[in-house]
Ligand binder design. Structure first.
Ligand SMILES: Nc1ncnc2c1ncn2[C@@H]1O[C@H](COP(=O)(O)OP(=O)(O)OP(=O)(O)O)[C@@H](O)[C@H]1O
Ligand SMILES: [Mg+2]
Length: 458
């Protein structure tokens, strides 16, 4: 232990990294139950630090005199992957990729390393979860045969850093960061403290030696990378690997990127021979949708910082007897009732006497005012039994006077729709007025009220 270091015991939430001097049943940070575990912490001068650590003799310098010797980006040759990174790995950058178990993180890492090592660069694959034989089995299936790809089965951070020092590879993959542990930190492998300590040591190494480090992280049941907040903050780029178990398609999404845009997504198809790039992702999305069905509308919804295109489905049927039913799955029940009332009163659509069923396929829950216009259009489409053009997306908030209000980040939503192959968008006129010309290749139709939207579409 370094001089000047003090040891304290603290309870740390294993989901979000929140600390407390005493045990808590429920974490005030993330709301998780029974997630507090006692960890030994070291504080003071000698303790491990997060982020970049400069040389001891460093001084502030004018920005104009800082030399840009970062060097060329290392391109993996997998176009979808390089694009997400903003054009390849920046030397000394640290990328964190997270995803559900079995989604294909190790597959992606191995394929990427093979591609880089084919270009002549030395690469190292550190496996803390599988034996070299297991990695070899996968490599054979994927056709990974490059002799300059080195496999190292190790979980001790000190040994890993020693090998990195000795071999100085261009890119290192750590599969996974939860499996690595350092003896300097006394709590068990996989605990938040260990993850933070190991990651910050690796980051420090990457920044001083110019090695690009690719960390693989497991995702908790809530969809966050375990030990997440601390890691997401420390690394340069955070990528999420998403996709359903039953579907062969996988989406790689940048959540944070210090060296590129975060609006990019990469789409892959999982095959026996590994992940294959999908150059036209709209096909996947549209293939799941019913053709020419009334009541089906696609909305670009913003989930935190991520735009996601989801399909809304409405079924409006005459009410047999008694009080009309309002059943919703994945949407706020009250919101749908309110929008049906606005539709009736402000656009003259006689819907209130009907049973209304609404669904968001795929088990997604969306709770954002920007989908109001989508819900209303979907209801009207089902009632009139007239489908909305399948290549059109819809967004906008609706007020009680029937006015269509502006929503946040319209460009982001349009970009996602464009990326997934849509051709047009129905949006608030105010958003359209504020938008720069040439912001999107989609053909845009602005509306000021729900009445105008219904008249334009049906
Ligand atoms: N023979 C095969 N044919 C097709 N797909 C396969 C085959 N073998 C494995 N897969 C796919 O590869 C996936 C496993 O990939 P991989 O081991 O890279 O995932 P991972 O994200 O690293 O998992 P973990 O979280 O367990 O480390 C499987 O879920 C499956 O979809
Ligand atoms: Mg794996």
């Amino acid at each position: 232990m370094a001089k000047g270091t003090k040891v304290v015991f603290q309870y740390v939430c294993q989901d979000c990294g929140n600390g407390s001097p005493r045990w808590l049943g429920k974490c005030p940070g993330c709301g998780a139950w029974n997630s507090y575990v006692q960890e030994r912490m070291e504080t003071g001068k000698g303790a491990g630090s997060g982020g970049y650590v400069s040389k001891p003799d460093s001084r502030p310098v004018p920005i104009t005199e800082v030399t840009d010797d970062a060097g060329e980006r290392t391109v993996s040759g997998i176009a979808e992957f390089d694009r997400i990174l903003g054009g390849g790995f920046v030397p000394g950058s640290v990328v964190l990729v997270g995803g559900d178990p079995g989604i294909g993180k190790s597959t992606l890492a191995l394929q990427m390393l093979e591609s880089i090592s084919r270009g002549g660069a030395g690469v190292l694959y550190v496996t803390g979860e599988e034996s070299p034989e297991q990695v070899k089995l996968r490599a054979e299936r994927l056709g990974v045969t490059s002799p300059s790809l080195l496999v190292y089965a190790e979980t001790s951070l000190e040994s890993i850093l020693e090998r990195m020092e000795e071999l100085s590879p261009a890119v290192v993959v750590i599969d996974s960061i939860q499996a690595v542990n350092t003896f300097e930190f006394p709590s068990g492998p996989g605990s938040v403290g260990q993850i933070r300590e190991c990651a910050s040591k690796l980051i420090q190494y990457a920044k001083t030696r110019g090695t690009a480090v690719f960390l693989i992280g497991h995702v908790t049941k809530d969809g966050a990378i375990a030990g997440p907040k601390v890691l997401e903050h420390l690394v340069d780029t955070v990528l999420y690997f998403e996709g359903g178990k039953e579907s062969p398609f996988r989406i790689l999404r940048a959540v944070k990127n210090r060296f590129g845009s975060t609006n990019e997504i990469g789409v892959f198809e999982m095959k026996e021979s590994g992940l294959e790039e999908v150059t036209n992702p709209s096909e996947i999305f549209l293939s799941e949708r019913p053709q020419g069905a009334s009541g089906s509308v696609v909305v670009p919804s913003l989930e935190g910082t991520r735009p996601i295109l989801v399909e809304l489905q409405a079924l409006v049927t005459p009410c047999g007897m008694g009080v009309p039913r309002r059943t919703t799955i994945g949407l706020d029940h009250n919101r749908v009732s309110l929008l049906a009332a606005v539709l009736e009163k402000r656009a003259g659509v006689a819907i209130s006497g009907n049973d209304i069923y609404m669904n968001v396929p795929g088990g997604v829950k969306i709770d954002e005012p920007a989908i109001d216009l989508g819900i209303s259009v979907s209801l009207a489409s089902s009632l009139f039994n007239k489908p909305v053009a399948p290549e059109v997306v819809v967004f906008g908030e609706i007020g009680l006077a029937g006015e269509v209000r502006a929503v946040s980040q319209p460009e982001l939503r349009l970009k996602e729709a464009e990326k997934l192959g849509f051709k047009g968008c129905l949006l608030p006129q105010i958003n359209l007025d504020r938008m720069k010309s040439g912001a999107t290749a989609l053909s845009l139709l602005g509306v000021r009220s729900i009445d105008e939207a219904v008249r334009e579409l049906f």
